[in-house]
Design a protein around this ligand. Structure first.
Ligand code: WTA
Length: 637
């Protein structure tokens, strides 16, 4: 397939951008027409950011899996859709051609149907990075069920919170997962979560590690047995459910500055069209390319650029089960050479963690198949950018610095590989269809170039968040109420003299730890649940590898004879409540927190201390008790 809407030059980019602003409906309709619809739409767009209410391709009907699978069967049935590389480099890799993937997805859709799953039901998926994860996701989409993938690093408590919020009655999991030299239990974590979720009817367990698991009669089923049952039924094609353009495709939970994680809801048609469009244009995918996105499908990057973007475009997507440092720090580069990867998409934190090992792990590899490099998840520092450019791209591969969010569904600001200019550590220009604005603290748009402000988007793009599951008001207050008639991203940005954007990071209380979004309030709530903790405050601080580390100030009422042990206990509690990814890097015991007279914690001061800027704390005279600051400074970790 060649893509009629693939932008090939800077002029074409400007032309497409101009058209997308002057006539957004015409612009997106032209692209949408190239997809497979069961029924065409009546109206392209209806929107307001007040409620908010955004609808794209109203009246249209389709199924995303017909676009990701069936429509490629004619010309690409034997082309690899998914190539899977195991955690263990000696285990045989797997290739699923489009024909094979289509077959497997249909088979598993029958499994879901046999077990009573219907259109609109929520299905939670908690698996390692095995092809069956992608198959499960697509089978849900085929039957019209709403999938909600939970990253394997979340705890039983986090899973239970999500199951309850989504009222999910079905779970698909694995016995365990391989990650480096570890075997991570998955089914036992689900079992713990289900203690508080009696409404879950069915758990389907795929065998990966063959570690012993409990299987409850009447509730738990083996994936393999269910497939056998389908095979004896005769294995026909599974007719794709008819979905309205705006029917929800999936829920993905993400952290914000307050409360528990919220379920970001994405639509069927708009999400499909935008992930496809951004995939084709940002990475400049060409027929036959091997696209390797190193993210986990538990995060939005995996949803959009391992599964839906590449497959809807008929590309070959490489899926890797393991970690970049196993068996050694050359693993990514070994994979690139083994499969002749053309496009590599990873995170700054992964690049930084590999830089530490030096180039000895890079030089044994040719890396000559690479054409495009990408990064996502956090601002990339210039040192990491140059290392990526020189050591991996050998200065011949454009780097796309892609800025986006779970809520945006796809990449919104990025250079287009080799088409629009790359600037180190800059996301650069908006994609066609995306209208960013910077606003000052009074909500006034900051016009012109060479300015900075809070990043907002003033016009809907097709894959914008539709709602937060079960609580539309929360969606409104979080994203659409801060500034009138704008979607607020929570990020700050600079716009240089030429109109290029540089994202400076979150302006709210959301941390970005190794590219994972973690709310400070969530971590505080978890710490406060620990025995003896009176109060806590969590801030981020610069961390050489993770980008940001988690620094916790804790008021502890019990005896602290062995402080190190109590720190470990507190970390264990955070691990149990949220998951290991939220464990504090540093814990400082304090007797008080700096508060204003109205009782608000002065995070600015805590952040400065955590950053080591002890001289520069600003005005502390408005504090209730300025003496606590001195104490905190002395005890800094
Ligand atoms: C940050 C990940 C700078 C940003 C796709 C955003 C970035 C948050 C970049 C979303 C980038 C993502 N440059 N910052 N290229 N990409 N971010 O929802 O703060 O996990 O708001 O989505 O990551 O994280 P999320």
């Amino acid at each position: 397939m060649s893509y009629s809407y693939q932008i090939g030059s800077l002029e074409q980019y400007h032309e497409a951008y101009r058209k997308s602003v002057e006539d957004p409906e015409g612009f997106w309709a032209e692209i949408a027409r190239t997809f497979t619809w069961k029924k065409p739409w009546d109206k392209v767009l209806e929107w307001n950011f007040k409620e908010p209410n955004v609808k794209w391709f109203i009246g249209g009907q389709l199924n995303i899996t017909e676009n990701c699978l069936d429509r490629h069967l004619e010309s690409k049935a034997d082309q690899p859709a998914i190539i899977w590389e195991s955690n263990d480099p000696n285990e045989h890799h797997r290739v699923l051609t489009y024909r094979r993937l289509h077959f497997k997805v249909c088979q598993f859709a029958w499994v879901l149907k046999n077990n009573g799953v219907k259109k609109g039901d929520r299905v939670c998926i908690y698996m390692g990075m095995v092809p069956e994860l992608a198959i499960a996701v697509l089978a849900c989409a085929r039957i019209g069920a709403i999938h909600s993938v939970i990253f394997g690093g979340f705890s039983a408590q986090s899973i239970a919170d999500r199951l309850q919020d989504a009222k999910a009655e079905y779970i698909i999991t694995c016995d365990g997962a391989y990650r480096g030299n570890k075997t991570i239990p998955l089914k036992p974590v689900i079992d713990d979560a289900l203690v508080t979720c009696p409404f879950v009817k069915t758990v389907i367990v795929h065998t990966r590690t063959r570690t012993p698991v409990s299987m409850i009669k009447g509730r738990d089923l083996w994936w393999e047995d269910e497939i056998n049952r389908v095979e004896t039924q005769g294995n026909p094609d599974f007719p794709a459910e008819t979905m309205d353009a705006e029917d929800p495709l999936f829920i993905l939970y993400t952290s914000g500055s307050t409360g528990k994680p919220k379920g970001v809801v994405h639509s069927s048609a708009g999400y499909m069209i935008y992930t496809n469009y951004s995939f084709v244009n940002v990475f400049q995918n060409k027929p036959g390319d091997v696209h390797f996105c190193t993210a986990d499908i538990g995060w939005i990057t995996g949803h959009s650029y391992i599964v839906y973007g590449p497959l809807s475009a008929g590309a070959t997507s490489l899926m890797f089960e393991g970690i970049p440092t196993f068996p050694d720090a050359g693993r990514f580069w070994a994979i690139v050479d083994k499969y002749k990867v053309n496009i590599l998409y990873t995170a700054p934190t992964a690049i930084r963690s590999l830089m530490v090992f030096g180039t000895d792990f890079v030089t044994p590899y040719k890396l000559d198949s690479l054409r495009v490099l990408g990064t996502v998840g956090e601002p990339i520092n210039e040192e990491a950018w140059h290392w990526y450019d020189e050591q991996i791209g050998k200065k011949r591969c454009p780097i796309v610095d892609t800025w986006w969010q779970t809520e945006t569904g796809g990449i919104l600001i990025s250079n287009l590989a080799g088409v629009t200019p790359a600037i180190p550590a800059h996301a650069t220009l908006p994609l066609p269809g995306v209208q960013p604005v910077l606003v000052d603290e009074n909500g006034k748009e900051v016009k012109g170039n060479g300015v900075s402000g809070n990043l907002c988007i003033k016009f809907p793009w097709p894959s914008i968040i539709r709602t937060t599951y079960g609580d539309h008001e929360r969606c409104r207050t979080t994203y659409f109420a801060t500034y009138e008639n704008m979607y607020f991203t929570g990020d700050g940005a600079l716009r240089d003299e030429k109109g290029n954007y540089r994202i400076t990071g979150r302006v709210d209380d959301v941390l970005n730890v190794s590219g994972h979004r973690i709310g400070t309030a969530e971590v505080e709530n978890a710490i406060n649940m620990h025995y003896g903790v009176v109060e806590s405050a969590v801030v981020g601080y610069p961390h050489e590898i993770k980008g940001q580390g988690i620094y916790a100030y804790v008021i502890y009422s019990g005896k602290r004879e062995d402080e190190e042990l109590i720190r470990k206990d507190i970390s264990a509690t955070v691990s149990r409540i949220i998951g290991p990814i939220a464990k504090p890097d540093k814990i400082q015991f304090v007797t008080g927190l700096p508060k204003t007279r109205s009782g608000k914690i002065m995070r600015r001061i805590l952040r400065k201390i955590a950053e080591g800027e002890l001289q520069n704390l600003g005005d502390t005279t408005t504090l209730l008790d300025p003496a606590v600051v001195e104490e905190i400074k002395t005890g800094k970790q």
